[in-house]
Design a protein around this ligand. Sequence first.
Ligand code: AMP
Length: 192
Amino acid sequence: MAVRLIILGAPGAGKGTQGSLLAQRLNIPAISTGDIFRAHAKAQDELGKLAASYSDRGELVPDEVTNSMVEDRLAQPDCLNGFLLDGYPRNAGQVEALDAMLAAHSHKLDCALTLDVDKETVIARLLERAKIEGRLDDTEDVIRHRMDVYEQSTAPLIDIYTQRGIIVHINGVGDIKDINDALFDAVTRAVK
Ligand code: AMP
């Protein structure tokens, strides 16, 4: 059965790590808009340069660009069996765009997974990641700005998906495998 998921949570909540592990277990692609933008930035193509001009400052890439990139990605054959979106949607406009993409194929989301992690823990994790990965948007100022953008634009999506009855909250602090088991169990229960 096809499973269509999004994973929400603050920057540093563990969406990338948990999303890719969970997607592997469910045999669906994990699609991270941040990863796709970083791949384009590395290739220094037009999309990458444009995305980096926003991402490096901790700003969101404009919706038209992001939405059409996601639409193209979801049209790939590997998404027929479902997908897990990590880092998208990130504001109310992107929720509407995703709704339209899904409705065009009579599809719907099964769950909006949310990793709950307190603010100081995510900031500490991102500063740690900065030392390891050297991402340009992992400096303390940019991290704080990304947290503000998250709180203003993305956190309200939790209410939207709560109203739709598909939100699943999972504690994102603890052992990676335990957290993943909790996510897997929640999805299994939701799609039964
Ligand atoms: P992430 O790896 O999810 O933390 O994303 C890194 C950066 O990529 C973000 O700070 C944004 O600049 C950009 N980005 C990723 N996903 C989106 C999105 N859905 N909408 C706009 N910008 C995005």
